[in-house]
Ligand binder design. Structure first.
Ligand code: GLA
Length: 366
């Protein structure tokens, strides 16, 4: 078959993912600033052609959008939202309340003493109101709270929990809903398919609902999933999808990327505090991914997308965490400086066997 490659690197015979899955769910990826600021036009071309939804990979996190107490910086986030609007994409803001990538000043007063509950709530409210109002009617959905649960399903001990208490989650959703009643609001976390964490998530959503708090969906991150069929297993994924959808909220696969490299820490899971040193044996595919691994990756992607299609009535969106392998965060986590291959497009912006395997899932029955 002849493949024509256009000037911007998208071959013209590739079906667009957003068309392929139009009847099933939105599909897209997380974008870094270079994709929208003109520095990485080939990545932008992939996003424009294939994505019906985008998420801000980093620029909307507190440390970037609100770096100092009285300073909000909307330059990069405006570029991101403009890009999404120009391309008629469903835009996801990520993330309003999280314990990572949040500056230390957020939790202390001018004298460096821990804030009181009331002062931290006021700060949270100011942040949420300022950011969400700035994009009112333009950002379609917000990851309101990110990663508030521990692996055991209990609430994670973060500064938010310590200072405000467990209602910090309900408050964050309430502020976001007040700031833009038309935006969808989500809880987003990794490893939610593990039964203990799944149950914790179900308790959390039920608790919010019983208090009349507005929540539209739960984001199953899909971060650093692996090739092994049990990481995560089909059964755990289906149980999660069914359990969350039974609560009457949407299920979204929000940060999908598949780690093909040797395990360096406990995985799957994406706890950013876990890290390991670079050793040669942890970085075996410096010169390219061997065919047998490409095939495994394609099979794994196909398995997961077939499952998403089976549950397309419950899944509203599938978002990959990045656009192409070169800029995936998995090149640097949990080990810095590796060469990983987690996405559907390779380092030369070309579709991988995994891309075609994913497309093929849409051609078969559910
Ligand atoms: C978590 C966050 C994301 C991102 C990834 C790593 O999953 O939700 O924003 O930081 O970790 O890129």
């Amino acid at each position: 078959m002849l493949v024509f490659t256009s000037a911007v690197g998208c071959s013209t015979d590739q079906p667009a993912l957003k068309d392929v899955f139009a009847k099933d769910f939105l599909i897209g990826g997380a974008l870094n600033d270079d994709v929208v600021n003109g520095k990485d036009p080939k990545a932008a071309a992939i996003a424009e052609k294939h994505f019906s939804t985008i998420t801000a990979e980093n620029v909307m996190k507190w440390m970037h959008i609100h770096p100092e107490p009285n300073k909000y910086d909307f330059a990069a986030t405006d570029r991101f939202v403009d890009f999404g609007q120009k391309n008629n994409m469903f835009i996801v803001g990520h993330t309003l309340v999280w314990h990572w990538q949040t500056p230390k000043w957020v939790f202390v007063d001018d004298a460096n003493n821990p804030l009181t509950r009331e002062a931290l709530l006021a700060r949270m409210k100011d942040h949420i109101f300022t950011v969400v109002s700035h994009y009112k009617g333009r950002v379609n959905g917000w990851d309101v709270v990110n990663e508030a649960l521990d692996d055991n399903g209990q609430l994670r001990k973060t500064k938010w929990m310590e200072i405000i208490g467990e209602d910090f989650i309900a408050k964050a959703f309430k502020f976001a809903h007040e700031a833009d009643p038309s935006a969808e609001l989500y809880y987003n976390d990794f490893s939610l398919e593990n039964p203990a964490k799944r149950d914790g998530c179900v308790r959390l959503v039920k608790d919010l609902q019983s208090k009349g708090v507005h929540i539209d969906g739960v984001g199953l991150q899909g971060q650093a999933w692996r090739l092994e069929p049990d990481a995560p297993s089909r059964e755990n994924l289906e149980d999660f999808i069914n359990a969350v959808s039974a609560l009457g909220v949407k299920v979204m696969v929000t940060e999908m990327c598949i780690d093909v490299l040797p395990k360096a820490i406990y995985q799957p899971g994406a706890d950013l505090k876990q890290r390991a040193e670079l050793r040669e044996e942890l970085n075996p595919y410096l010169d390219g991914l061997p065919d047998r691994m490409q095939k495994k990756l394609a099979d794994r992607y196909a398995e997961l997308f077939s499952l998403y299609r089976k549950h397309a009535d419950k899944i509203s969106r599938v978002t990959l965490w990045g656009v192409y392998d070169k800029t995936s965060w998995l090149n640097n986590w949990p080990v810095r400086g590796r060469t990983n291959y987690p996405l559907l497009f390779d380092r030369n912006y070309q579709p991988k066997p995994a891309f075609y395997a994913v497309v093929k899932t849409a051609q078969s029955g559910k």
